[in-house]
Design a protein around this ligand. Sequence first.
Ligand code: FNR
Length: 370
Amino acid sequence: PSLSEVLNLHDFEAIARQVMGEKAWAYYSSAADDEITIRENHAAYHRIWFRPRVLRNVTEVDFSTTLLGHKSSMPIYITATALGKLGHPDGELNLTRAAAKNGVIQMIPTLASCSFDELVDNAKPGQVQFLQLYVNKERSITEKFVRHAEERGIKGLFITVDAPQLGRREKDMRQKFEAEEPDEMDKNKSSVDRTQGAARAISSFIDPGLCWDDMKWFKNITKMPLILKGVQCWEDALEAYDHGLAGVVLSNHGGRQLDFARSGIEILVEVVDKLKERRGLSFPNEKFQLFVDGGVRRATDVVKAVALGATAVGIGRPFLYAFSAYGEDGVNKALQILRDEFEMNMRLIGAPTLKDITRDMVDASSIHQH
Ligand code: FNR
């Protein structure tokens, strides 16, 4: 189908499934075990309903914002997803270019198919990029990478904490991994196991020994804001705040790690309540920012997260499917769709700016009922 026939983010998935290779489809679409959490990620948004306001002059709507102090045209960002070249020869460059055109921020994955420097070199002057970090058992490798990232102007370090071991993604494990390898693997070649899918082949260097004490070490080696990606309960969000980190991503890794992990949007509700109760914080908060990812497919999902206190939400698979089917044009289209949906939803909910999207505009009283 031509791009003009694509009406929403779900369409990209259906089209990508038709046109993508088996291996890429298996790696991108798979999730852990019985894939209960990946389904829940999207379903959780269906338990939140709107309480719109009327007569609020919504002639002009503005949904631009800042993430960690950096401008974004929408309260979304392109989250880190590994192995972009499985889906398209230009890999993550599709995301770098579309991010620039649409004024949104890309989070570069440690395990990008393109090299880190290629993705930074191809950014437009002034384009803000974040980095997702998998911490290597060999800390000197991680230290070198982090220092290099800071020198290259990366504005936020998102340390993935929900993957001390990769989840079992059986769809992916049934495929043998022979695709192009990401840069980061060069240092870890000896331990690559090619018999069990892409995810397992590339992840053996990740350190399961990572712990809270390591946060001091990170603070010593970098001035970049540190954010934990993959926090799943208020206790750890509070811990992150008390460790002086810049924020957390409430996420279950797109359902790819622990099956029966709760959705990010559900976790957001308890985190906001408890951090208010325990530390007097209110959200959104400049000093400690809450991000959410997993299952976001509509601007209404984003509006719900913002109403509940998130600074922004991460979106993963829809962009992978978009570039797998249409290259960069697909990603531009996906972002355009989100922008159009946003504009409409802001008007219909009665909010001319993001500040006007308040907690009382959503009914999340059923969020914990599964
Ligand atoms: C991911 N994700 C991920 N996260 C991370 O911290 N490091 C990584 O290398 C990857 N790789 C990756 C590959 C693929 C194919 C997917 C689908 C996801 C998780 C990602 O950042 C994010 O948490 C989820 O993708 C969000 O869910 P949705 O938007 O895909 O539903």
